[in-house]
Every structure is written in structure tokens, then in C-alpha cells.
Design a protein around this ligand. Structure first.
Ligand SMILES: Nc1ncnc2c1ncn2[C@@H]1O[C@H](COP(=O)(O)OP(=O)(O)OP(=O)(O)O)[C@@H](O)[C@H]1O
Ligand SMILES: [Mg+2]
Length: 374
């Protein structure tokens, strides 16, 4: 391991030690009197750096000259000193060159490792995207045909309702109708999932849209849940289908609510963030730039590692049959990616923190009251 701190202090220390050893042992090693200071130069260069090696050479020359003033038998003449300095310089340069080459090699190796890791991550994303696309197409195809059948059922329940003989019959048909409507809503979700999202050109004001959703979100959560909105998007505008955006927010809030059977707190926050700059990590693999960020944080039950691993997979749900389709997050992820953004689960001490980032566009000249402008 290279000592990167205080290399010059190291040079001074080892050179003083080298000179002291030379002095103390003289004339035991009179055959090679410069050996300890050669060692000091080598140590200062190897564990310090090239400049520390040069400092060690200069100190060694001065130190020896001072420690051996005209000692009989000691080669203190200028030629010997020049010879020592030349050999020490060549040795030191060689050690430094080798160290630099090794460091460059390590840096290159780390770079290659990072590239390999990126390629692996990209492969994994492509594989996931292909899987979602295939499942989506299948689901959308089935849902489309199924929806047609449900429309027929709905049509006939209307006829039956018109001709119901008594309240009992009317109640029964109404129940059939509402179940069919729920089925139709589900098939619409499935069709939305299979839809190829073309980036929309609608500009959505982050804060205005979330604030408009507040009443609806407040109705969705129970009374034992404290819903807080902190809107600091400062006019950030993102581009996507407003109803997609609303669906994402609603799903995230419902998920948070469902994770808090005994009540708790849901915080919905918006702000802007410069991804890939200012030290902000690019966890979503989005290109550097300004992003509008929405976070839904809850202090509910959180998720096991197993649930986290499958969270964004289509049809993955831990909810009871009939309570969740398991499509909420996978649709949201698809929408985010289609618009150049990301949806991630961020680390949090308790509960869960979902973060949606979408590229922020320059604010439009005028934004209508509902936060949407074209
Ligand atoms: N905030 C959260 N806290 C704990 N678990 C969560 C949270 N959000 C999502 N999950 C887990 O992720 C699963 C998948 O969520 P997703 O929104 O995709 O589907 P769902 O909510 O089960 O069904 P749907 O959204 O169709 O009603 C959930 O079933 C739940 O286990
Ligand atoms: Mg959900």
C-alpha cells in the first residue's frame, strides 16, 4: 500500500534515519557507506512519491556532508557525492516510473470494471424492458377482446335494468353492472399497460398538478393517515400525459396507504434536481440534466428484500386477490422511462420512499389553472 499522506515527512524521517545509521555504524559498512541512504531514497520514493525521493536525495547529500566532516576513510569528496546522487536519482526515477505505471494500470482496471458493470446493468434493463413489452402486448390483446365482451354484458344489464320487475331484480342487476364496470376498469388498465407510450408533448406543471390532486388524495387516504404536501418544484415543467402522471401519483399514494394498516404519515414532495451534476448520483441511469422530482414517502411497513426485488414487475402484488393487479408500479415505471425519466425505490429508515424523476423543461409562458399547458 502506498502512503499518500505526508510523503515529504516520510522522506525527512527515513533520510535522517539513514544518515544516523550510516554515522552510528561507521566504519562497519565502509565498503558501501551510502547503502542506508540509498535505502532511504528508495523508501521515500516507493511509499511517498517521486518528489519525496528527490527531497530524500538532497537531504542525504547534505546530511552525510554534515555528519562526516573530513572523517578519515569516508568518501566525502565531491566525486563520490555526485556519484551517489546520480545513482540515487536513476534508482528513484525507476521506482517512481514503476509506481506510476502500476497506478495507471489500476485506474484502467477500475475503469474497465465500471464499464463492464454498466454494460451488465444495461443488458438487465433491456431484458426487463423486453419482458415487460411481451407481457404488455399479451395482456393488452387479451384485455381488448375481454373488454368487448364486457361492453356487451353492460349493454344487456342496461336492458335488464329497464325491464326489472321489482327491487330485488333491480338490485341483482345493479350488482352485476357494478362488477362488470370494475372489470372494464381493470381491462382499461391492462390496455394502458400494453400501450406503446409515445412521448407526449403536453407540458405539466409539477406543483400545480400535484396540488390539484390534493383533495382527491386526501379522500383516498384514511383519517388515521396524515397526508402532507411540500411543493418546491418552483415552476418545473415536465412533459407527459397528465392522466398518466396523475395515475402514477395516485398509485404511489394508495400503495403507501395500503402499507399503513395502523395509520401513519405520507409525505408527497416535489422539487428539482440536477442529475449527474453537483454530486447528485445518477441512480436512474438518466442522462445528466435538470429533472423535476416527485417523492412519495411513507412510514408504513416497508418491504422485504424479496418484495423489493420484484416490485416493478408486472402483476407482482402482495395484496389479496381482487385488491391489487400488481400493475401500478410497472405501468408507472414504463411511463417514466418512456419520457426519459426514472422511478426508483430510495433508501429510507422506515417505510418506503418512491422517487419519480422526469426531465424538466423550460417553464411555458402561461400555465392554465389546472397546471396543464400545450
Ligand atoms: N409504499 C409501499 N410500502 C410497502 N410496500 C409497497 C409500497 N408500494 C408498493 N409496495 C409493494 O409493491 C407491490 C406492487 O405494487 P403495485 O402498485 O405495482 O401493485 P399493487 O398496488 O399490488 O396493485 P395495483 O397498483 O394494481 O392496485 C405491492 O403489492 C406491495 O407489496
Ligand atoms: Mg398499487
Amino acid at each position: 500500500m502506498r502512503i499518500v499522506w505526508k510523503p515529504y515527512a516520510l522522506a525527512v524521517l527515513v533520510t535522517l534515519a539513514g544518515v544516523a545509521i550510516t554515522r552510528a555504524t561507521w566504519p562497519v559498512f565502509s565498503i558501501a557507506p551510502f547503502a542506508p541512504v540509498f535505502g532511504a531514497v528508495a523508501v521515500a520514493t516507493h511509499w511517498g512519491n517521486g518528489r519525496a525521493g528527490l527531497l530524500a536525495i538532497a537531504l542525504a547529500v547534505a546530511g552525510i556532508a554534515l555528519a562526516f566532516p573530513s572523517t578519515p576513510g569516508f568518501p566525502w569528496n565531491p566525486v563520490s557525492f555526485a556519484g551517489f546522487a546520480a545513482i540515487a536519482l536513476i534508482g528513484s526515477r525507476l521506482i517512481d516510473g514503476r509506481n506510476r505505471a502500476t497506478a495507471a494500470l489500476h485506474a484502467r482496471e477500475a475503469e474497465l470494471r465500471a464499464t463492464l458493470e454498466n454494460v451488465r446493468a444495461s443488458e438487465e434493463r433491456v431484458r426487463r424492458a423486453q419482458k415487460m413489452e411481451a407481457v404488455g402486448q399479451l395482456a393488452a390483446g387479451v384485455a381488448h377482446n375481454f373488454n368487448n365482451l364486457l361492453q356487451v354484458t353492460l349493454g344487456y344489464t342496461d336492458v335488464l335494468l329497464d325491464n326489472a320487475r321489482d327491487d330485488h331484480q333491480r338490485h341483482a342487476v345493479t350488482e352485476i353492472r357494478s362488477a362488470t364496470e370494475r372489470g372494464a376498469a381493470l381491462t382499461r388498465q391492462l390496455m394502458a399497460f400494453g400501450r406503446q407510450h409515445e412521448p407526449s408533448v403536453v407540458r405539466v406543471d409539477l406543483d400545480a398538478t400535484v396540488s390539484r390532486l390534493h383533495d382527491m388524495l386526501a379522500r383516498l387516504v384514511r383519517e388515521d393517515i396524515d397526508l402532507r404536501l411540500t411543493l418546491e418544484g418552483r415552476g418545473a415543467v415536465v412533459v407527459l400525459d397528465p392522466s398518466d402522471f396523475e395515475q402514477i401519483v395516485i398509485n404511489l399514494v394508495i400503495n403507501a396507504r395500503d402499507a399503513m394498516p395502523a395509520g401513519g404519515r405520507i409525505e408527497v414532495t416535489t422539487d428539482t434536481v440536477a442529475v449527474g451534476r453537483d454530486g447528485v448520483a445518477n441512480a436512474g441511469h438518466a442522462p445528466p440534466g435538470d429533472y423535476g422530482r416527485l417523492r412519495v414517502v411513507d412510514n408504513g411497513t416497508g418491504m422485504s428484500a424479496d418484495v423489493q426485488a420484484h416490485l416493478f414487475e408486472p402483476f407482482f402484488t402482495t395484496k389479496e386477490v381482487g385488491e391489487g393487479t400488481g400493475l401500478g408500479l410497472s405501468i408507472a415505471l414504463g411511463v417514466a422511462i418512456a419520457h426519459g425519466g426514472a422511478l426508483e425505490l430510495r433508501p429510507t429508515a422506515k417505510g418506503a420512499c418512491f422517487q419519480l424523476t422526469l426531465p424538466a423543461r423550460p417553464a411555458p409562458v402561461a400555465v392554465s389553472r389546472d397546471g396543464v399547458s400545450v
